[in-house]
Every structure is written in structure tokens, then in C-alpha cells.
Design a protein around this ligand. Structure first.
Ligand code: MEV
Length: 333
């Protein structure tokens, strides 16, 4: 039996960081996916193979034991795999191949896409069909660990459900709404500056809050207001030219606030300036900041020009679609 499960990466159109503190965000799935191919095998051996390395272990009396993990970065994936295998009573060995179109550590939620696709493959292998709405509950504790203790979990909702999502997390309560299906052209640049989410989420922002609490929360309030305006635009069936411009302006405003919170990076700033000067409607970083990715909202007529000006900064640039399908699981016998 072979199971092929995939999940998309994401961009934060609006609201990263503030979202960790209960403010709303709008996040969009993008057409770059991680695919997990799980093949059932005879016996009790399990293995996972990815560009980061391999995991090998044995399944004994319903437990995973004797693990050998070639790269410490895979330890958290093993922990999640063990938990899922044991909780869902996987009965026999398997081999997993992970392939990803999402650059690792770039802020496009590569780790979330791995967790969502792995969860889809393992639970299907265990004979269970888990509603995509429920993926959040199983994956959120692990994401919190990956982010160093605090996380909004927004990427899990986006990767599992797909589309555009408005999300506001208040304590354990998650308010979420799928927004419309407005077609947005985005050009994404990977700055190639590796930026583990932990650095800004677990250290920089908490340190800033400790020193300048009122100022930081006033800026989060501003982000909240930007999100509220953007929701109105993105809930429409289609948006007209003037509204597209407004959306671009809101993206720029959100970037200004992130910049004032010292979350940008000179390389991201180069890409953002180049994109805006080449005619993008708006441009901002997405995700953790201090490196990783940024995106530009463009009209298709400007796409090539914006792309080549962003490339001139030395970043890795690609145009992609937003609002794609969430987790997809297929079974091949
Ligand atoms: C990280 O990709 C996005 C942040 O808002 C953290 C989170 O939402 O968990 C910085």
C-alpha cells in the first residue's frame, strides 16, 4: 500500500507576530507543496528519508523504539511521528520519503507542511480519516515547541485547510474564517538568509516587550486595524482596481510596522524597495523576519519586471499562486 499526502506552504498576507499575542492575521496557502510518500512494508522497521537526513526505528508492541536519527534537526519530526504512530495504533512497518518544493527555514512554513502531510499519511495508514479541521489540535503542541514555546498555529490551519484564512487565537479558542477566493498574483523572494522562527518569536519580540511593552502593543493594535480593513477587501467575490491598490497599501503599512519592531533585514528591505519601485502594489516580509522570505503583490503585467528587479538583489525569486488546496491524501494499492 502506498499513501501520498501533500500540504502547501503559506505566506502571512497580514498579521505575523501580533498573531502570537491574540491579534488577527490573514494567511494564504501558496502553490509550493511538501509531499510525503508512505509505503507499507513487511516487518516492523520504519524509516523516514528527507533532504535533512534519515530516521530509522522499530515498531514493537505498538511503540516506536531504538531510533537512529542522522540529524538533530529531525528529532522533533521523530517525536511527532512516534506520538502519531502510537496514538493511532499503526500496526506495521513503513518507509516515508519527504520531498519539498518549500525552502527549509525560509518562513514559508516548511516544517508545518511536513507535519501536516506526515500526519495525513500516518493516520490514513492507520486506517483513520481525520477531518482537516482537527489537524490543528494534533499538530499545535509540536509547532509551539518548534517556535520555542509560543506560536499562533496559523500556519497549521492554512496548510491543512488551504485557501485564505482569517485567524484570531484567543487563549485556547481559535476563531477562523475562510475568506473569498480572490485571485492574487504574488512574487516571492527567498532572501537565502536562514532565520529560525525561534530567534524572533521566542527571543527578540519578548525582549522588546519587556523593554517597551506599551509601544509594542500599540504597534500590534495598528496591525490589528490593518487586518480588519484587509478582511473587508478579501471577503469580496472579486476586487476592482482601486481595491487592489488599497490592499497593496495595507501590505506596505503592515511592513512599516514590522520594520519599526526591528523585524526586517537589509536583504528583505532591498527586495521590498526593488519590488515597489518596479511597480508592485505592495511588498512585505512574511513570517518570522530577520531573513527568510518577502512577497510582492503584483498585477500580472508587472510580474516579470518585479521578478527580475528582485532577482538583482541576489535573492531566489519565484512567482506563485495563492489560495490553493490544503492537505491532499491519495491511496494507491
Ligand atoms: C512565523 O512563521 C509566524 C509568526 O507569526 C509566529 C506564529 O504565528 O506562530 C512569527
Amino acid at each position: 500500500m502506498k499513501i501520498i499526502a501533500s500540504a502547501p506552504g503559506n505566506i502571512f498576507l497580514f498579521g505575523e507576530h501580533a498573531s502570537v499575542y491574540g491579534y488577527p492575521a490573514i494567511i494564504a496557502s501558496v502553490d509550493r507543496r511538501t509531499t510525503v510518500e508512505l509505503t507499507g512494508i513487511l516487518g516492523n522497521n520504519i524509516s523516514l528519508h528527507s533532504e535533512l537526513g534519515t530516521i530509522e526505528a522499530e515498531l514493537k508492541d505498538g511503540k516506536l523504539i531504538n531510533e537512529v536519527i542522522s540529524n538533530p534537526e529531525l528529532e522533533i519530526i521523530y517525536f511527532f511521528m512516534k506520538q502519531t504512530v502510537e496514538n493511532f495504533s499503526v500496526k506495521s512497518g513503513f518507509r516515508v520519503e519527504v520531498k519539498s518544493q518549500i525552502p527549509v527555514g525560509s518562513g514559508m512554513s516548511s516544517s508545518t507542511a511536513v507535519l501536516c502531510s506526515l500526519f495525513g499519511a500516518l493516520t490514513t495508514f492507520a486506517g483513520k480519516s481525520i477531518d482537516h479541521q482537527d489537524y490543528f489540535d494534533y499538530i499545535f503542541p509540536i509547532q509551539r515547541q518548534i517556535h520555542g514555546g509560543s506560536a499562533s498555529g496559523n500556519e497549521i490551519i492554512s496548510s491543512s485547510l488551504g485557501g485564505f484564512n482569517y485567524i484570531k487565537k484567543e487563549g485556547d479558542d481559535v476563531k477562523k474564517a475562510q475568506l473569498g477566493n480572490v485571485e492574487l498574483n504574488v512574487v516571492i523572494a527567498d532572501s537565502l538568509i536562514k532565520s529560525p522562527t525561534k530567534n524572533t518569536v521566542a527571543f527578540h519580540v519578548p525582549s522588546l516587550i519587556k523593554r517597551r511593552k506599551d509601544d509594542v502593543f500599540a504597534k500590534f493594535d495598528e496591525i490589528g486595524r490593518i487586518v480588519d480593513e484587509a478582511v473587508i477587501l478579501l471577503s469580496k467575490e472579486r476586487i476592482v482596481k482601486e481595491e487592489e491598490k488599497q490592499l497593496g497599501n495595507l501590505i506596505n503599512l503592515n511592513q512599516d510596522v514590522l520594520d519599526k519592531l526591528y523585524l526586517s533585514h537589509p536583504k528583505l528591505d532591498d527586495c521590498i524597495d526593488e519590488a515597489r519601485n518596479a511597480g508592485a502594489l505592495g511588498a512585505k516580509l512574511s513570517g518570522s523576519g530577520w531573513g527568510g522570505i518577502m512577497f510582492a503583490l503584483v498585477k500580472s503585467a508587472y510580474e516579470d519586471k518585479v521578478k527580475s528587479r528582485m532577482e538583482a538583489t541576489g535573492a531566489k525569486v519565484f512567482a506563485t499562486k495563492t489560495g490553493v488546496e490544503g492537505v491532499i491524501v491519495k491511496i494507491e494499492n
